[in-house]
Design a protein around this ligand. Sequence first.
Ligand code: F6P
Length: 500
Amino acid sequence: MTGNAPTTEQVSSLLDDRDLVVVSNREPYSHEYEDGEVTVSRPAGGLTSALDPVMQSVGGTWVAWGSGDADHAVTDEGGRVGVPPESPAYTLRRVPLSDERVEGYYYGYSNQVLWPVCHLDTAKVNAREEFWQQYREANRAFADAVCGEAGDDPVVWFQDYHLALAPRFVKANRPDAFCMQFWHIPWPSRDVFRACPQYERLLEGLLGNDLVGVHTDAYCRNFLDCAAALPGATVDRATRSVVYDGHRTFVRPFPLGVDADHHRDLARSDAASRFWREFGDRHGLADVAVALGVERLDYTKGIPERLAALERLWETRPAWRGELTYVQKASVSRGEIPAYQRLQERVRSEVERINDRFATDDWQPVVYVEDHLPQTGLAALYREADLCLVSALRDGMNLVAKEFIASQVQDPGVLVLSELTGASEELGEEALTIHPRDTHGFADAIERGLRLPSDDRSRRMCELQRQVHASDVYAWLDAQFRTVRAIRRGRQRATPPRGR
Ligand code: F6P
């Protein structure tokens, strides 16, 4: 644990010593068989890396889908295992899901209905009836697991869009539970949300929570607009709350941050320097400017749009050929879904085409890496990059932008940031803001970033770092748990003492 991490005592006091149960689709550790041996891996992705340090500090139980092929070989008869494996600090309770359920609930409803709807790409929605049935059943399985784990008066914290129905199931069984949920992706406007055929059922499920958190004010307003149209719901905009079925749910923005101190320390590590020496030599990066992109291969991340802007730059300003190399770290994601397969193929073939078009004997325009990198390797790329290019077409927040900023421990680089990310609300002023589909403007911003004088870069980065350290993952956690306490205190005051 580093920096601003709260102590166990601080969190316990905010939670009034109640047990914490975190619930998410993705597990923080998965066990896999490799050559007959069981190995442990940590899935890529913002959610699990943000919450694991929190759970290590607080303790409690994390309920998640056991997706590794050796997951159920290492759990006890109740599906539990202590994690992190090297020094267990909390309990991971794995929920087994059949292949058919995973197909319908995860690859289907979560990622072919909710994901495109919330990212405003309704043309990609594939609303098959069996997806919805599997989503409901999976949510019930998660809710049952929670009810089996939670002690008296627990705080149950659901994560993300995979679990919109589970809060109401839990609340029906365990009215003593304080249920809260953080929605890690954008919340769209009412018109867009209605593209999802079960939008009313989803809202009902979410309104089983006592508190719903989203990243930004805009998503908060969108959620209240959607709830206002739900028959039987009353929205109070002054308190940002919704009463439905006799129960009040508060809705609040809590912008997610990263463990900034941890990223800074990784970037300063000897392991990061060693990685860079080897990586830089292998790809001839010593004497060129480096632009960097880091993401899952997802159609929301704007990778082809970014490649188009880079191509425009090399095409119209040939002085940058041989002078600027773009490093793309990409992780394969949700590969069973056709839209993701198409995106993967498109990115790989565009990289090849651009390299064929501009490469010289001693320079390759795009270095493309799909292999897993150690945390220190990623930290080295962030540290050494002159530019970080974040060009998402829609992103709830975007933690890559924040990780890059936290890793700028030497000559400061420049963040080029899409105005369509949640992060743009916080970081837009000191980043160079772009629209990912404005290829010309995007290419200009890349060149401007490369030419920014060092005092301007330092001033911008200083302000961005102040922001990223002040609003780190622990500030996010603290704000939510303080809100939990305020809601509970408010309810206690509103409840007349017994016997009167
Ligand atoms: O952004 C939403 C999110 O669920 C993140 O929280 C997570 O980092 C990412 O998607 C990973 O997706 P998946 O679990 O489908 O690999």
